[in-house]
Write a protein that binds this ligand. Structure first.
Ligand code: IPD
Length: 277
């Protein structure tokens, strides 16, 4: 990788995320056009408008870079640098006027995630980071928490869109969810993975796990966690791969305990899942 502090890239990512966020905020509660990509997985007119804006701005600022965006608006040519974009992370929330969603813009350079901006327009919260620059919340340096027991930990997770058709509780997350909710102080499932992951990096929550994620749900927020002093791995503790679709993100201190709970199988006594009664 050529020496680069990625300051300009972060500045552009934040500016474009804010611009797309303003577009989404303006249309929040007004846009009713919904199409289904799958039985549950939906896409709105606003996903496309937000993505068009982001892709246009990134192309203009960095013409040689590739763009990998959720709704397919970018293009991959094998460039060394790839922008990874979710134009609305929390589309189901957005379509239901449930006020939790974000715009997520990450940059991978020579295979390494180096810039991330995750913007929550309704709260005007910008979670951001560049390699070596620390994690920022609204421009101020933040760090992960020091919580070191699950009993004191606020965790977050999410469920992939196949939760209604996948019966294995280890794959549909109902098994891990049941185990964590009995051990942690609390578990949240707010519907925007990038926001939930970025919160770990700035010390608003202590840990996150989810299987079934896409690269655009996690790339930008992973930079925030790493730069905030946290740890990101797959469920087995190995370096996470964007294509492998699973992530554990913690303040570091909780990582081993979370991997241990993920590695157990089954649901605690008294909890039933689909197909059991
Ligand atoms: C979804 C959200 C949700 C997570 C799903 C994602 P989308 O992203 O991040 O929290 O549980 O796995 O697919 O579809 O709203 O961009």
């Amino acid at each position: 990788m050529t020496p680069n502090s990625f300051e300009r890239e972060l500045e552009v990512a934040e500016r474009v995320a804010r611009e797309a966020g303003a577009l989404l905020e303006e249309a929040f509660g007004k846009s009713r056009e919904v199409e289904y990509k799958g039985r549950i997985d939906l896409v709105t007119e606003m996903d496309r408008r937000s993505e068009d804006l982001i892709v246009g701005r990134l192309r203009a600022a960095f013409p040689g870079d590739d763009i990998w965006a959720e709704e397919g608006g970018g293009g991959r040519s094998g460039a060394e640098r790839v922008w990874i974009v979710d134009p609305i992370d929390g589309t189901t929330n957005y379509a239901h006027e449930y006020p939790v969603f974000s715009v997520s813009i990450g940059l991978q350079a020579a295979g390494r995630l180096v810039v991330g901006a995750v913007f929550n327009p309704l709260l005007d919260d910008m979670y951001s980071a560049r390699h070596g620059g620390g994690a920022l919340l609204n421009g101020r340096q933040r760090r992960v928490t020091e919580v070191d027991t699950l009993e004191r930990a606020l965790l977050a997770t999410g469920f992939a869109y196949d939760v209604s058709t996948e019966d294995d509780p280890e794959k549909n997350n109902l098994g891990p969810f049941a185990r964590f909710i009995r051990r942690a102080q609390a578990v949240r499932r707010a519907g925007s993975a990038s926001l939930a992951i970025a919160k770990v990096g700035v010390g608003r929550t202590d840990g996150f796990w989810e299987g079934g994620l896409h690269a655009w749900d996690m790339a930008a927020a992973m930079v925030v966690v790493e730069e905030g002093g946290g740890r990101v791995t797959d469920y087995r503790g190995a370096a996470p791969a964007l294509e492998h679709r699973e992530l554990v993100a913690t303040n570091g201190r909780l990582h081993a305990a979370m991997l241990e709970v993920l590695g157990m199988r089954g649901v605690p006594t008294g909890v039933t899942t689909r197909g059991e009664n």
